[in-house]
Write a protein of this length. Sequence first.
Length: 119
Amino acid sequence: MSVAIITLSALGFSIAEHRSLPQALWWAIVTSTTVGYGDLTPQTAWGKMIAIVLMLGGVAFIGLLTSTITDYFTSEATTQTDRDAQSNHDLLVQLTCQVADLNQEVTNLKNEIKKDQHP
């Protein structure tokens, strides 16, 4: 999609500004990546309108790319956190069962001690 936008913008810039296609393609790539060397600048109204659209598209593309990368790392962290939470929950259930078993053993031992003290 972005290749098509860059190519169409370069073609439009080439026609509007009477530049060669390689120069226009260079301008389109530099403009869309927001580098903007300034070696080629639009002089006509059509060239400037094409530049505006391409600049907004370049900024939008970089924003979309950044948010996609951020979402990937965030979802990976969330998935790991969910796995850790499930593991902690399972461990807590096991410990709760062990505590219940120990309480039962303590109660049984108390009862045995009482029996031994009062024959």
